[in-house]
Write a new protein. Structure first.
Length: 104
């Protein structure tokens, strides 16, 4: 299913605390762009009856059923892309822009 790395989970907890949304679930959504790549969206939200619920690295995650096919097998990480510039990234083998992480 969907997984968070420890670094991503840590940043999610920090963002929830900073934004006053502690106790809410992390909601994920995804959609296909015209070029076939995947657009990822996230925010804090209350779960609904229809949501798929999971816990990864202590983070409660909810996904509406229609987004599960795009998010299955995805790993969300929090990395430094440039010095001092940290971002959430989504590693998804279903995305044509996906490149497996290299060692080092």
């Amino acid at each position: 299913m969907f997984k968070l790395t420890p670094a991503a989970a840590d940043q999610v907890f920090k963002a929830a605390k900073q934004g006053g949304t502690e106790g809410l679930c992390l909601r994920l959504a995804a959609g296909r762009n015209p070029d076939g790549s995947i657009d990822y969206r996230m925010g804090f939200d209350e779960p609904t009856e229809d949501d798929i619920r999971l816990t990864s690295e202590g983070v409660d995650v909810v996904i509406a059923p229609e987004y599960v096919p795009l998010l299955d097998q995805t790993v969300m990480d929090y990395v430094e892309l440039e010095p001092g510039q940290f971002h959430f990234i989504f590693l998804n083998p279903k995305d044509p822009t996906y490149r497996p992480p290299s060692d080092g």
